[in-house]
Design a protein around this ligand. Structure first.
Ligand SMILES: Nc1ncnc2c1ncn2[C@@H]1O[C@H](COP(=O)(O)OP(=O)(O)OP(=O)(O)O)[C@@H](O)[C@H]1O
Length: 118
């Protein structure tokens, strides 16, 4: 049981590292809070909340993997290397795909509601 709780501590320290070191992680977290408030304001349905939660989770997940990949690349290849560039660019691309997907989901959910409210 103690080992299980300890592993939570390690996971939270990884999340804390991403939060402290990555502007994008903080930016996405702030966006998530704004979307959450907007969802509360517009009384989203259960299905709409599920889409928001899943897409936000995927964005944060991709940010955490991107952070891990950046640190790993810097560890194994501290100098400039064309393959290090490819690895970091592909990881950043994954974050971008997740972010674009979640923006599209957000637009599909919120545009009709904003139209209604206006
Ligand atoms: N070792 C390297 N060799 C070649 N190109 C690199 C290397 N490290 C970084 N780059 C290039 O610089 C870009 C930015 O890398 P960096 O590690 O600064 O990531 P970042 O997204 O700016 O991270 P952070 O969010 O920590 O500022 C990479 O996407 C890659 O194109």
């Amino acid at each position: 049981m103690a080992k299980f709780i300890k592993s939570f501590g390690y996971a939270f320290s990884g999340i804390a590292y991403a939060f402290k070191s990555q502007f994008n992680f903080r930016f996405h977290l702030a966006a998530l809070i704004i979307v959450g408030l907007a969802g509360w304001y517009f009384h989203l349905s259960k299905a709409e909340w599920l889409w928001i939660i899943v897409s936000s989770g995927i964005v944060l997940l991709s940010e955490l993997f991107n952070t891990a990949i950046e640190v790993l690349v810097d560890l194994v290849s501290p100098g400039i290397h064309p393959q290090a560039k490819i690895i970091k660019d592909a990881a950043a691309g994954a974050v971008l795909v997740a972010a674009i997907t979640s923006v599209i989901i957000g637009l599909i959910i919120f545009i009709p509601k904003i139209g209604h409210a206006a």
